[in-house]
Write a protein that binds this ligand. Structure first.
Ligand SMILES: [Zn+2]
Length: 497
């Protein structure tokens, strides 16, 4: 899952200038990563289950169909939408439709409906030219389609109509071209038919099914972003996971308020999971944690033959993310949290007691001195320490379950893994001060990095004031030597314990 910060509205239909756009069917998957898709449970819209597509006309020579939409407003609100398509006098493809009340009654959707129904009525091997005053349907089906399919249609406006249209177009064996003719706006027979449609007393049934032979299921994993995935979860409307998410949000809000006297909002929590102080690999972990989307404990409850995974492989207690991160008696969480606290106390006195809410909300941490002045370096160290520690515990658990057949790490291994990760993080921080390499936008100011780590380093007294260019700067907690293979005595790490 790519986790670029993609909050922008992707829904805008790019305008196309007057001209022709030819529909091109997608060809197979392009690469291995294209093949992985998520959110694959696409359902037929309810109305497709009890309606049928209209009969197709007989094949014929190239056919030009003009289409139009008309909406009727009352008190500023659209009360009726009509769709019209015209292929010639008394032509079977002609369409005059009033959109059902449950459909989106916008001009854009009505236009797409006009194109959809006209295409459904046209023989698959009849060359088709679709002519309209606005570019939205044509652009959607030619320029935006691949992008929308990649994201599994999440967040695409009028998606049900456009997805059905895409399926219809993919079923066609003859060429389909969209012709944009701005001059035809508000005139012509298609326009008249859309007005008649909108004025009908009875609404029409419209079939918006998808041909299972060419349905491209779900979103392409390689182009998925966090915010898209979140919207995907929202669109799937899963009450259980949403309840879990709501509970997690509440828990974080409470913890953050309690510990930092900070009135956070749900939006600030979601934003905080992408905080730039949080390692990229950890952002996804936090985000999934907020949705209780990890495969732990109750996840396995209803999966056949996996019921036994509900219990912790190490200690047998009921498993949950909280159990793994804060409760399990097997080596892992307790060693890591002791290290984190010890590390913190090299420099600061109070270490807030860890809880799930605090652990998930650590990026919101705010510290102030006695005068109420914010201490950004302190908050930053806290974020780094809590997020990296949380993630180490999780990684150790995954390694044990997946790679070691459930054998837990030893306390020594836990210690050394944590030290390695924190040293790695320090190194990343030092590198990030390189403005030439990372540019103004992504580089961190040297003073912030110095302030963050000052007072936590190994033999700090021997280091210059600005140690950013010094080789081999390490944090003040050293790795432990394995008992079985003692390393040769060297004075370098004087603080080994
Ligand atoms: Zn356990």
């Amino acid at each position: 899952m790519a986790d670029d910060e993609d909050d922008g509205e992707l829904d805008e239909v790019e305008p196309a200038s007057e001209g022709e756009l030819t529909f091109r069917a997608r060809k197979g998957t392009k690469s291995l990563t294209d093949g992985f898709r998520i959110f694959t449970k696409t359902k037929l819209p309810a109305e497709a289950e009890d309606s049928a597509p209209p009969p197709r006309a007989d094949p014929e020579g190239p056919l030009t169909v003009s289409y139009a939409a008309h909406t009727i407003r009352s008190n500023g609100e659209i009360t009726s939408a009509g769709a019209g398509a015209w292929a010639g006098d008394d032509h079977p493809v002609n369409t005059e439709i009033k959109l059902p009340a449950q459909m989106i009654r916008s001009k854009q959707n009505a236009e797409a409906i006009a194109v959809l129904v006209a295409t459904q009525k046209t023989a698959l091997d009849t060359e088709l030219r679709l002519e309209g005053a606005r570019s939205s349907v044509g652009t959607a089906m030619t320029k935006n389609l691949e992008k929308w399919e990649d994201r599994g249609w999440i967040g695409v406006p009028n998606r049900t109509t456009l997805q059905s249209l895409s399926s219809e177009l993919h079923s066609r064996t003859a060429k389909t071209t969209f012709v944009i003719n701005e001059g035809s706006a508000g005139s012509g027979p298609a326009n008249t038919m859309s007005i008649t449609g909108a004025r009908k007393t009875e609404t029409d049934q419209i079939y918006r099914g998808i041909n299972p032979d060419n349905e491209l299921l779900g979103a392409k994993l390689s182009t998925m972003t966090q915010s898209l995935a979140y919207r995907g979860i929202k669109e799937r409307n899963e009450p259980v996971s949403r309840r879990a998410t709501d509970l997690n949000v509440k828990m974080v809000l409470e913890a953050v308020k309690e510990t930092f006297s900070l009135p956070a909002t749900p939006a600030s929590i979601w934003k905080s999971t992408r905080h730039k102080d949080i390692g990229r690999n950890i952002r996804n972990f936090l985000w999934k944690s907020m949705h209780s989307a990890h495969r732990v404990g109750k996840y396995w409850e209803h999966i056949p033959e996996c019921g036994d995974r509900m219990n912790c492989v190490h200690c047998g207690a009921e498993e949950s993310l909280q159990h793994i991160l804060l409760e399990c008696s097997s080596p892992g969480q307790s060693e890591v949290w002791e290290l984190a606290e010890k590390f913190w106390k090299q420099k600061y006195s109070e270490w807030p007691e860890m809880s799930m809410g605090l652990l998930l909300g650590s990026s919101l941490a705010v510290f102030k001195d006695e005068n109420g002045k914010p201490q950004p370096a302190k908050a930053r160290l806290y974020r780094i320490l809590v997020s990296e520690s949380t993630h180490v515990i999780w990684k150790l658990r995954c390694d044990s379950v997946i790679g070691r057949g459930g054998v837990p790490p030893t306390a020594n291994e836990v210690h050394n893994r944590w030290v390695k990760i924190i040293n790695g993080r320090l190194e990343i921080d030092i590198n990030l001060t390189n403005r030439l390499k990372y540019g103004k936008q992504h580089a961190i100011t040297p003073s912030l990095v110095l302030d963050t780590w000052r007072g936590t380093l190994h033999r700090e007294g021997e280091l210059p004031e600005d140690w950013l260019r010094e080789p081999g700067v390490l944090v003040g907690i050293a790795p432990l030597r394995s008992r079985r293979s003692p390393s040769p005595p060297s004075g370098r790490r004087g603080r080994n314990r």
